[in-house]
Write a protein that binds this ligand. Structure first.
Ligand SMILES: NC(=O)c1ccc[n+]([C@@H]2O[C@H](COP(=O)([O-])OP(=O)(O)OC[C@H]3O[C@@H](n4cnc5c(N)ncnc54)[C@H](O)[C@@H]3O)[C@@H](O)[C@H]2O)c1
Length: 399
């Protein structure tokens, strides 16, 4: 079993999720490579979460508040960086310059300029393996949808709807945090925070938008600042994007609708994807995590939706029985298995069992930048034609 020694930069919610996944590696009996966390970095070291790391991860040798010290550590081969968006460019570029493999968090740069700088660094350092975290592709139903896309099972694509819906911001008393501040989260608002997840399946399928008409809403314009005052909340809460999109397999053009909402009443954490095709259609939503709705159609036949229990049918075999339910922590574990598998073998078992590539992240930056322009001008905006990136994503090339 090869061991890859990791440093975590940013020990918040996602940093802890990785530590938990790494501690559960024995769940994946067929993996020939495993992560070991040897260093952590966080802005403040007094926080209870740092004590949590010290107590629960005995392999940690270095604890620092300076990310440069962690990157200077020769024992660290790979880093997981999960920090606010305003730090992505600086930290990711520095990690690559230090020769570390990188799992970065979305949106992989606070804006298009940061994304371009990160992509340039990725190209400058082909010796480093670089991916972006997004776990939703690893739910069994989504893996199955991916296999259907690869097999051309949908026929001609009629339309695709994808989105990520949250509801807790409906509460105007929810205090503001960095994800609702332009300075830290970026001008994309909810698109930068939730939108990248909505894009994962369409982009992996090679469905690259040609243009976008966006309607963005800022619904709650101030929030409690946590110190008995109010602070302006200037980020976009909700985004509705309608994109003319091409299917490279058939050459047909279809509407792709993306709904990215922090204020979607009743939707706690609902990532969803729907694909309508002339031969088959699917609907999947995290509201029913283990259910895939499928309609298969032959000319003149019945049009009948089936509900399929998907169970624990994972791409990277696990000790959990196949009939069991699957959840978020399982998806995160599968995502990390995909990262390490690809780092080790330079391949993915199937197209949809690989983490998001830097090129895919560059495309969502082009989409969200065009969406901002569409909102500002009230017009449909063409996506910048960066054929090198677009063609790579359409062909599903990882490297
Ligand atoms: N994949 C997902 O589903 C998912 C979910 C939530 C967040 N995220 C992404 O993960 C990243 C982090 O989000 P989070 O929810 O974990 O945030 P968080 O606020 O819980 O954690 C961020 C951590 O970064 C630390 N930090 C801030 N500045 C730092 C610095 N200069 N040096 C070192 N550490 C520093 C903070 O102290 C904090 O512990 C973001 O990019 C976010 O978009 C991804």
């Amino acid at each position: 079993m090869r061991t890859v020694r990791f440093g975590i930069i940013g020990c918040g919610m996602m940093g802890r999720e990785f530590a938990s996944a790494a501690a559960r590696w024995l769940h994946l009996p067929e993996m020939t490579v495993r992560p070991e966390i040897v260093a952590i970095c966080n802005r403040t070291l007094s926080a209870p979460k740092i004590a949590w790391f010290r107590e629960n991860v005995p392999t940690i040798e270095q604890v620092t508040s300076d990310y440069r010290k962690l990157l200077d550590n020769p024992k660290v081969e790979a880093v997981y960086i999960a920090v606010p968006h305003n730090l992505h460019e600086e930290f990711y570029v520095a990690a690559l310059a230090a020769g570390k493999h990188l799992m970065g968090e979305k949106p992989f740069g606070i804006d298009r300029k940061a994304s371009d700088a990160i992509l340039a660094a990725v190209r400058k350092h082909p010796e480093c393996f670089v991916r972006c975290a997004s776990q939703f592709m690893f739910f069994p139903a989504v893996q199955r949808i991916g296999r259907m896309i690869e097999a051309g099972a949908f026929g001609r694509i009629i339309e695709v709807n994808a989105g990520f819906l949250h509801c807790s911001d409906l509460n105007p008393q929810k205090p503001i945090n960095w994800k609702r501040m332009v300075e830290y989260n970026g001008v994309y608002g909810s698109m930068g925070d939730l939108g990248s997840h909505a894009c994962t399946v369409p982009l992996r399928a090679g469905w690259v938008p040609r243009n976008v008409r966006a309607v963005l809403s800022n619904i709650v314009r101030q929030r409690p600042d946590g110190q008995s005052g109010m602070a302006p909340c200037e980020t976009w809460d909700n985004a509705a994007l309608l994109c003319e999109t091409e299917d490279p397999a058939s050459g047909s053009v279809f509407p792709l609708t993306l709904r990215i909402e922090r204020i979607a009443p009743g939707e706690k954490n609902n990532w969803y994807v729907e694909i309508m095709g002339t031969k088959a259609s699917v609907k999947y939503s995290l509201k029913e995590t283990n259910t895939l709705r499928l309609l298969e159609y032959a000319p003149g036949g019945e049009q009948s939706w089936q509900r399929i229990d998907t169970g624990h049918e994972v791409t990277f075999p696990s000790i959990t029985a196949g009939i069991s339910q699957f959840g978020l922590c399982d998806a995160i574990l599968q995502m990390w298995a995909a990262f390490l598998y690809e780092l080790e073998t330079a391949a993915t078992p199937v197209r949809f069992a690989g983490c998001v590539t830097p090129e895919e992240s560059a495309l969502w930056h082009r989409l969200f930048t065009a969406a901002l322009e569409s909102q500002a001008t009230g017009t449909t905006v063409s996506l910048a034609k960066d054929t090198r990136i677009r063609d790579k994503v359409k062909r599903g090339q990882a490297h």
